[in-house]
Design a protein around this ligand. Sequence first.
Ligand SMILES: [Zn+2]
Length: 318
Amino acid sequence: MVASEKDKEEEKKNKGAARGEAGTTGLDDIKECPECGSKSLIQDYGKAEIFCGDCGLVVAENIVDLGPEWRAFDSEQMSKRARVGAPMTYRIHDKGLSTLTTWGSQGQGQIKLKKWQQRTHIANTTERSFIFALSEIDRMSSALRLPMNIREAASMLYRRAMKQHLIRGRSIEGITTAILYISCRQYGVPRTLEEVRDVSRVGQKEISRAYRFLLRELDLKVTVASPIDFVPRFCSMLSLGGDIRSKAIEIIKKATERELTNGRGPIGIAAAAIYIAAILNGEHRTQKEVSVITGVTEVTIRNRYKELSEQLDIDVLL
Ligand SMILES: [Zn+2]
């Protein structure tokens, strides 16, 4: 919403970080997604950014051409992922204050009044922003059906960010979405970036930016999500029962032991494990169905499913 100095500074920092300390080596340092550990990073030439093919985090922006080792990607392919709805504009109304100007006549009184107005204006703005942020957290939490404790954790995190003056000049919509995303992770009920984006008023890039910014400024440690964390919710969304849930978790545990999950996004692993488990339990869900629910592409599900079934010697009869 607001393109401020802060954003520009941050962009510069991101650029610097993306290029590494030396600043000359291109993006060689970025080998995997800092969010999910996936090695499937994709360069979007059209938008000059790199994003994670598994979780969708925008890892770097404003990049220069990286050369042929990066998979070419046309942002139009992603058009189906393009979000609907425009960001909402947050207006600060000046109700009440204008009527107060009649108080001051001239001289000292006028100056005092001006100062008072400025202070009140800042206080009001902060308060209104906070109220708006809480309503955004509430709105998105309802849409995502999050329990009350996560809404509270998100509100507290927002308050913390506010105390550290991290909000001013930034998009409240972006910050609140990122905060909700972080809180879900911290409470072990992760939502995918796609899921939060679908209920947010801002796009994936802005959420990613706010997410990276908050992790850095608040020094938050968010561990990589386990594929297992996604299984219960995905299963219930696919109307798959407890047997399949347990089977999927078992497959994920075996895959983790055998280190098959390294460099793979957790959501794709969860999707493939559920896909396999469903077939093994005689309740076939198509790759498309699993894709729609999990947000993982059918290609990724197919790849993960092949790897897992081959490496773990699982006979999947379709
Ligand atoms: Zn990722």
